[in-house]
Design a protein around this ligand. Structure first.
Ligand SMILES: Nc1ncnc2c1ncn2[C@@H]1O[C@H](COP(=O)(O)OP(=O)(O)OP(=O)(O)O)[C@@H](O)[C@H]1O
Length: 324
């Protein structure tokens, strides 16, 4: 029995695979006999009202995943449920309840912004008023401009206006702020936060780690078709070491320091006079070093102690997997 979406889980992805080429979908070129598996068995779920971010290197498989969730492509393996339904075979049940902002909106170039939104509203169940849709994305003053005359950032805003027109329960955003200037990016974040506060479940892909850090309740980092790590920002960051760096005092070498392993230091490197220490116990290592410096009566110039950032975690994951 299909019970629809009564639980808190709005999206359920199990063992998802997507292949392009002869035995999958994708390329139309019949001479092309190469197959490529862009998504290689991934699992994740998204709870109602959550914002889930898919991060990853170029070509990691984010868009390929999102297209399956949006019902635009069938998986070549695994199962996907959106609001309790198969988004591909039961598209008619799912489509009215979701909004999608694709990487390329592809609106008719000759229509004005307002005409575009009106046309879209005609095909959207329970569309919000056109004026409101334009106002939310800050496009009211640009309503009479033709699509072909819009800047890249303005097109993204128009994409967002149409994606949110039907007040969707689930919103898919593929790189929503790519090409936006800083102000427009922050305005878009604000809008996404408002939608989320109103109960919309959001899945977004992004290349901006700051965006994921700002918005995501949970995230997954994809690399070459697989999920390398997933969790809250804090979970992902916690699996990577914190760093302490400082200049060695004049006349000192690393050998003068207290035994670093006993302070919880797992790794170290020296660049010129600067020593960089990695630790999974930042407080213990920092306290030990500071006490040592006080007892020695030396100054640790340029002292910097901080947890890993999402960016560092991301780079380590990408690099670590690249090396394998
Ligand atoms: N129609 C297609 N035919 C063949 N290969 C494809 C097709 N579309 C995508 N791919 C390949 O699948 C892989 C994943 O692409 P996808 O667009 O899902 O990655 P992505 O994580 O969204 O990347 P980006 O961040 O660069 O947008 C890439 O190697 C890409 O070249």
């Amino acid at each position: 029995m299909n019970i629809g979406d009564t639980s808190g889980r709005v999206i359920d992805v199990t063992g998802l695979r997507r292949r392009y080429g002869p035995s999958g979908g994708g390329r139309k070129n019949k001479k092309d006999t190469t197959a490529f598996e862009a998504v290689r068995g991934i699992d994740f779920s998204v709870e109602r009202g959550e914002l889930f971010a898919l991060l990853g290197t170029n070509g990691a498989g984010k868009t390929s995943t999102l297209e399956v969730l949006e019902g635009l492509a069938a998986p070549t393996g695994g199962t996907v449920r959106v609001l309790g339904h198969n988004p591909y075979t039961e598209r008619a049940k799912v489509r009215p309840r979701v909004g999608a902002m694709l990487q390329e909106g592809g609106f008719p170039a000759e229509l004005t912004v307002e005409e575009t939104v009106r046309m879209w509203a005609g095909a959207t169940t329970g569309a919000r008023p056109i004026g409101e849709a334009l106002a939310t994305v800050g496009m009211t003053r640009r309503k009479d401009v033709r699509v072909k005359q819009l800047s890249g950032g303005e097109r993204r805003r128009l994409d967002l206006a149409t994606a949110t027109l039907g007040r969707p329960e689930v919103l898919f955003l593929d790189e929503p702020t790519t090409g936006l200037d800083t102000e427009a990016r922050h305005a878009t974040w604000e809008l996404i936060r408002e939608l989320r506060a109103g109960g919309t479940t959001v899945v977004l892909t992004t290349h901006y780690l700051e965006e994921a850090q700002e918005l995501a309740d949970r995230l997954a980092i994809m690399h070459r078709g697989r999920i390398a790590t997933a969790g809250t920002v804090a979970d992902v960051v916690a699996t990577h070491p914190a760093q302490i760096s400082f200049e060695l005092p004049p006349g000192y070498t690393p050998d003068h320091l207290p035994p670093l392993a006993a302070l919880g230091v797992d790794g170290q490197e020296t660049v010129g006079r600067t020593l960089r220490l990695q630790t999974s116990d930042l407080q213990r290592a920092a306290t030990g070093l500071l006490l040592w410096a006080r007892d020695e009566g030396v100054e640790l110039r340029g002292l910097d102690a901080r947890s890993a950032s999402l960016e560092e975690a991301f780079l380590r994951i990408a690099k670590g997997l690249e090396d394998k």
